[in-house]
Ligand binder design. Structure first.
Ligand SMILES: [Zn+2]
Length: 240
């Protein structure tokens, strides 16, 4: 089981950058929670641990202490940018980062910039910095700066669900690629399932989250009961 540490920047009394009706801490949290859910739902053998899952304040050292104690395989710290920029996306590794951190940054940066390409977001590149989260993490660590809160055109993008989804899926595929995670089998695998009703093989069976779904009419007909479909009320009525 691989352990991924996702660190939502700021929180509680520290909003991070705040402008254009947005607070960095809220975006960082929303993106972090969505990364956890998507990564764990779509990939096998991975657990995502979070610095915070609510709007609480944490010191930087508390974040890296927890990630180091958990023995996470990698850490990604999620932020938004502000101050002096013209907008865009960039990533940071520690100034004298390990080869593993450089590799992680390269993969994550590439996957995110690919995912956000449709939204015409400036790629500010892969950068280095003496940042606590990257310096004090014992595992490969990268910090992502997801657009500028104080640049109006970036803020407008951050307000769109599809942009946030692209940022999330870029992080998820980057992490999965770096760790070599295996995608879960599709939830629906009809050919592996057989349902027989009164000796009749039912086509179109699906298994979704351990529940078997079968076409209603085929089952009803095999049972020899009547199905009435009312298209106005979208109601199926079964009688025997
Ligand atoms: Zn920040």
């Amino acid at each position: 089981m691989k352990k991924v540490w996702i660190d939502a920047g700021h929180g509680g009394k520290d909003p991070g950058a705040a402008r254009n009706g947005l607070q960095e801490k809220d975006i960082a949290l929303a993106v972090s929670l969505a990364i956890k859910s998507k990564l764990e739902n779509e990939y096998e053998g991975v657990q995502v641990l979070l610095s915070r899952s609510t709007d609480v304040f944490l010191e930087l050292k508390d974040r890296t202490n927890k990630a180091n104690a958990a023995g996470a395989d990698l850490l990604v710290s999620i932020h938004c940018n502000a101050g002096g920029g013209a907008g865009g996306f960039e990533t940071f590794r520690f100034t004298s980062a390990s080869a593993a951190s450089r590799a992680l940054q390269n993969v994550i940066h590439g996957e995110i910039t690919t995912a956000i390409k449709p939204f015409n977001i400036t790629d500010r590149g892969q950068k280095t910095g003496n940042l606590h989260m990257c310096r004090e993490s014992r595992m490969p660590a990268v910090l992502t700066e997801n657009l500028f809160i104080d640049v109006k055109s970036d803020a407008d993008k951050l307000k769109q669900a599809k942009v946030i989804e692209a940022i999330v899926s870029g992080h998820v595929s980057g992490i999965a690629k770096y760790l070599g995670l295996k995608k879960k089998e599709a939830a629906t695998k009809a050919d592996a399932l057989t349902v027989i009703v009164n000796g009749k093989n039912i086509d179109g069976v699906k298994l979704i989250d351990d529940v078997t779904y079968v076409p209603l009419r085929a089952v009803a007909e095999a049972l020899g009961v009547n199905v009435d479909w009312n298209n106005n009320t979208k109601t199926a009525t079964i009688t025997n």
